[in-house]
Design a protein around this ligand. Structure first.
Ligand code: NI
Length: 171
């Protein structure tokens, strides 16, 4: 099921999300809905709070060409970050059509639970590293615009407020 993606500013996007205590059928459904919603958008990552569920779950697939590689990360944690940084132009499905360069560690090692409840660990680099850090930030109520200067952030926030007013009128 495709779920509605919340648009910034929204208090649910600013919350620190709750760890998942147990892999339940409901959680599997959430993960499946997140993937479907992400692919449909289309996007390369989506976190549960973006559909209004403040739980520590995210999905991603950064494959551009080739067979899809859907990933579901439950309770993900960065356990190591490289000192090397990289800059990517980031965007966010909760901040449509706005992009800005963000500097982050170039590589990170992340530990998480998969949908079988098994612990997984992987080192990410390139766009995957940026994406997983961006999505984990969502679980801590942080958006990529929080890395920008206050003027740029306010400008984007005002644009989003206007977009939301227009969308509300259209409904
Ligand atoms: Ni995002």
């Amino acid at each position: 099921m495709i779920r509605a993606i919340l648009i910034h500013p929204d208090p649910r996007l600013k919350k620190v999300c709750e760890p998942v205590a147990e892999i339940t059928p409901e959680l599997r459904q959430l993960a499946s809905d997140l993937l479907e919603t992400m692919y449909e958008a289309p996007g390369i990552g989506l976190a549960a709070p973006q559909v209004g569920v403040t739980k520590r779950v995210l999905v991603m697939d950064c494959i551009k060409d080739g067979p899809p590689e859907p990933m579901v990360l439950v309770n993900p944690e960065v356990v190591w970050s490289s000192e090397d940084v990289s800059v990517y132009e980031e965007g966010c499905l909760s901040i449509p059509d706005q992009y800005a360069d963000v500097k982050r560690p170039a590589e990170v090692k992340v530990r998480w639970l998969d949908l079988a409840g098994q612990e997984q660990e992987r080192q990410f680099h390139g766009i995957w590293a940026t994406c997983v850090q961006h999505e984990i930030d969502h679980l801590d109520g942080k958006l990529f615009i929080d890395y920008l200067g206050p003027l740029k952030r306010q400008m984007i926030t005002r644009k989003m407020e206007k977009l939301k007013r227009e969308r509300a009128r259209a409904d």
